[in-house]
Write a protein that binds this ligand. Structure first.
Ligand code: NAP
Length: 293
């Protein structure tokens, strides 16, 4: 039964209760008055109930929904704040919701659903995240934001096969499987978008310095994944994003980063909001500038 018919039934029951209590008080004409009074309340309230339910439904239909990975800290946490403050429904995911206290407090403050567990490196966790989203009654995703990422080994000569594979699993295979899994929900949106968090460090043309071996290699592979989705899934707007050099655990690990997470996210928000099919398969930074592959 939907909310509307439930509300209507509730009102009818209240009306009947009111009439019955009148009838119990005295078995005379007052009971008839009670019944007619209750029915009047019912018929008067029904249009109000109908219109408020319609309003609520229209609001829910108009509200956009985003799912973001890696929201426990850094840029992911700031993305949650940015999208929530712009009126979006935010499905914030992270590896361990129980330990993500700052995220939990932010979601509560912004009246958003509690964090959903999603580990980019674990297929079972991705399937369970989809089930959790469906349990919330979400049937449409306007935006999927792959933010979760790890740096891995810095030194190429010390990089083991296992280290590269593990970085690849989180940074590349994860976004691929997550996009495949959530594609039916994305397809239900009128203009679905998928943003893959890349980095300027992935650029083949701009890498003259070396270092950050696992990070660069896997993010370059991620860029090709973006191009594959852009070519293989019609109707989906897939973009690689560079957030700038941002003050986070990862950003500050290579030196003092200049950009606040809030400034980066506000820039990315504007770029994503205005993106159309012309941006499909493009590599763009938080200021809307195109980045060289
Ligand atoms: N900061 C920068 O300057 C910069 C520049 C270019 C690109 N980026 C990109 O921006 C994204 C966010 O980076 P950040 O600077 O915010 O880094 P960060 O502070 O290190 O945060 C990384 C986030 O990713 C999550 N994560 C790691 N592995 C995961 C997995 N297997 N499944 C799900 N979540 C996982 C972490 O969760 P836990 O708390 O559970 O570890 C954390 O929430 C990354 O993709 C990064 O490559 C950052």
């Amino acid at each position: 039964m939907n909310n509307l018919s439930r509300s209507a039934q509730m009102l009818f029951l209240v009306a009947l209760k009111c009439a019955t209590s009148h009838a119990l008080l005295s078995c005379n004409s007052r009971s008839a008055v009670g019944v007619s009074c209750a029915l009047a309340v019912f018929t008067k309230q029904l249009p109000v109930c109908l219109s408020s339910n319609n309003g609520q439904r229209q609001k829910m239909a108009a509200q956009k929904t985003v799912l973001i990975t890696g929201c426990s800290r850094g840029i992911g946490l700031a993305l949650v704040e940015e999208f929530a403050s712009k009126g979006w429904q935010v499905l914030a995911t992270c590896r361990s919701p129980d330990r993500a206290r700052e995220l939990a407090a932010l979601l509560k403050k912004q009246h958003q659903p509690a964090a959903i567990a999603l580990d980019s490196a674990d297929d079972g966790s991705i399937t369970r995240a989809l089930q959790a989203v469906q349990k919330l009654g979400v049937s449409r995703l306007d935006l999927l934001f792959h933010n979760a990422g790890v740096a891995g080994e810095d030194n190429l000569l010390k990089t083991t096969r296992a280290e590269l594979d593990s970085t690849f699993t989180t940074n590349v295979s994860g976004p691929m499987v997550i996009t495949q899994t959530f594609l039916p929900l994305l397809k239900a949106a009128s203009q679905p978008k998928v943003v893959f968090m890349s980095t300027i460090m992935s650029s083949l043309e701009m890498n003259m310095g070396g270092g950050m071996a696992c990070y660069r290699i896997t993010k370059t592979a991620l860029n090709m994944l973006v191009r594959q989705f852009a070519g293989d899934v019609p109707g989906l707007i897939s973009m690689a994003m560079h957030p700038g050099w941002v003050q986070t655990d990862l950003g500050n690990s290579v030196g003092p980063a200049p950009l606040s997470p809030a400034a980066s996210c506000s820039g990315m928000y504007a770029v994503i909001e205005s993106a159309s099919s012309a941006q499909n398969g493009k590599f763009i930074d938080y200021q809307g500038r195109q980045v060289h592959w």
